[in-house]
Ligand binder design. Structure first.
Ligand SMILES: C[S@@+](CC[C@H](N)C(=O)[O-])C[C@H]1O[C@@H](n2cnc3c(N)ncnc32)[C@H](O)[C@@H]1O
Length: 354
């Protein structure tokens, strides 16, 4: 038997780390409840408020309200006076929890976290069988959560930072070029491009019908339904020719990313570009073993790998595939000059030319 002596200091350190993770996990249901019942929004709109006033404004039971406010206060997710009799949200807390249009919004992460908890049974079964779980069989929290979680990053980066780093994307879009957003989900990236480049011809495709339905609804609400063409289609069956084809956080979810890249190659005009937005990762997994890696490998285990394994080929690149594997796929598909043009803590942007 392999036995090692326990080092008490290492044990205590590990236990404290687990306690921090448990505390972070324990608040997940409260975040969803607060979000669904509009508690963050109402608290964000109130002047510093008593538990009684807040429970009345939110139309919730006073005792639950008190416990929720204390939990939020313990986490630093709401602000309070010294005697814990009045509560409010600071401007920063509003920006991350209650202002849906804020580029700092982070509440959507809790939709994804809750969705993953709902998916445990399906993924647990897949661990044993090696089979996949289709994206469409995920809990609906995943669909809205993905859109809400990614939107702030797209709204602060896509038009201002990412597109200008790409060789010709801005020029192509300004000159009325044809752009397709493959695996567009709720189409938030698609709409941002349509809004910024009114002359461009914009299409969005996704295999998941409910997501395309939501994308169409968002487009109607934004007055962009006549501008964007959305279709339910997988990455190897859409029609049309484009100057730019983008995969926002989805190539690694696909069962056959090489097939999707080859298909993209054949649907790009001469000299057209493919763009990948992918989670930032190192090619060396040992360099991904940090807080961001903990999040991405966990999301990937619960979502990206099961989605990919449910499709043809089932390559299961995972969310931390790293730039080399992704660029090798593009080169094998026939593209040239694959390169990472932008990288921050969470996202990297890769382009390659036909
Ligand atoms: C993580 S979500 C990203 C959605 C969207 N691009 C965004 O950034 O919000 C991955 C998306 O890829 C789509 N997807 C997965 N496999 C696909 C395939 N083979 N063809 C087309 N879309 C696919 C899913 O339906 C889902 O909407």
């Amino acid at each position: 038997m392999f036995e090692q002596k326990i080092d008490v200091e290492s044990l205590k350190k590990l236990q404290w780390k687990i306690m921090q993770n448990v505390a972070a996990g324990a608040i997940i249901p409260l975040m969803r409840i607060g979000d669904e019942l509009g508690l963050f929004k109402i608290l964000g709109e109130c002047k510093p408020t008593t538990i009684k006033q807040f429970s009345k404004a939110a139309d919730i039971d006073q005792r639950y309200c008190q416990e929720w406010l204390y939990a939020m206060s313990a986490a630093g997710f709401c602000s309070h006076n010294k005697t814990l009799t009045k509560f409010h949200l600071s401007p920063e807390q509003k920006a991350v929890f209650s202002n849906e249009d804020s580029p700092a919004l982070m509440i959507g992460a809790y939709d994804v976290l809750s969705g993953n908890i709902h998916n445990i049974e399906k993924v647990k079964k897949a661990f044993k069988t090696g089979a996949g779980v289709p994206y469409g069989e995920s809990h609906p929290c995943i669909f809205q959560g993905t859109a809400r979680f990614f939107r702030p990053s797209y709204s602060s980066n896509l038009i201002q930072k990412w597109l200008p780093k790409l060789s010709k994307a801005v020029e192509i879009l300004e000159n009325g070029g044809r752009f397709a957003d493959i695996g567009c989900g709720f189409g938030l990236s698609t709409m941002m491009i349509a809004e910024a480049f009114p002359d461009a011809k914009i299409s969005g495709f996704d295999i998941h019908e409910p997501s395309i339905k939501s994308a169409k609804k968002y487009a109607v609400d934004a007055g962009l339904d006549q501008v964007i063409s959305y279709k339910v289609s997988d990455a190897k069956s859409y029609t049309g020719e484009f100057e730019l084809l983008a995969f926002f956080d989805c190539l690694h979810d696909m069962g056959d990313p090489l097939g999707a890249a080859k298909y993209a190659y054949n649907h790009l005009s001469k000299d057209g570009y493919i763009i990948l937005i992918e989670p930032t990762a190192s090619d060396d997994p040992s360099e991904n073993l940090n807080t961001i890696g903990q999040m991405y490998y966990s999301f990937s285990t619960m979502g990206c790998v099961p989605t990919s394994k449910s499709q043809e080929i089932g390559l299961a690149l995972g969310a931390q595939a790293g730039p080399k594997k992704l660029m090798d796929i593009l080169l094998e598909a026939g593209f040239k000059d694959a390169k990472v043009v932008y990288k921050n803590a969470t996202n990297m942007v890769i382009e390659a030319q036909k």
